[in-house]
Design a protein around this ligand. Sequence first.
Ligand code: IPD
Length: 266
Amino acid sequence: MFFCICTQEIRKAGESEIKVSTKSSTVDLVTKTDERVEKIIINSLKQEFGDNTYSFIGEESVANGKPCILTDKPTWIIDPVDGTTNFVHGFPFVAVSIAFAVKKQLEFGVVYSCLEDKMYKARRGKGAFCNDELIQVSDVKDIHKSIIISEHGTDRNPEKVTKIFSTMQKILRIPVHGLRGSGTAATNMCLVACGAVEAFFEIGIHCWDIAAGAVIVTEAGGILLDVDGGPFDLMSRRMVSANNNVIAERIIREIEIFPVERDDTN
Ligand code: IPD
């Protein structure tokens, strides 16, 4: 039900002038809508399930100084507006992303791509769905027949930007059919899950951008890895999500890794 309220907030705000502030850099944007939608979600969950049972990791709460530590306690991981830059510019991909973890294991995830009206959801062991239809990753193994998504995030450090675009050039020259980016990590992961693209990778994303998508991709038959080929770590801010190992490992050979601070260092 709160997805309707969140969507109303996002659509209503999009119709008038949006007041924009910045966070970690001049291109890391936040609006009153991000904050309002996060409050609506957290208050609704508290009202429904009580105040003390759960922990919350929400993008805007963390930006306002709340800790970002994933403990064994049942935890909601929330991105109220994934694709804030899209939202500010009217670029039509904006998602609400909510995941639930118990003992650090992701149990379910919901990504609502508000403007497309697509509800992606998955529960561990129960498959992944888009608007109630079962979804599956693509079966392409030949990298030359793939579309790959990557994003450049909000860090404009020149060395990092060089590495990001050098990686993209190398992947494009493999060659692949195409490179894409929707501007929302959560939606990108759903595009992997429903087989529209073969992989999405990024260094610099946060746990709230990808937690729900992580369940959706794996339940759709896909895989998650670290950008160095090691195991996926939700708090590391590095991720490759792909339809299979062959595609993931081929991309990983081209990724130029740069350091990022983990989410759980505060
Ligand atoms: C951003 C989006 C974007 C990704 C950035 C994220 P936000 O999330 O998911 O696609 O490239 O790294 O920070 O800030 O719009 O919630």
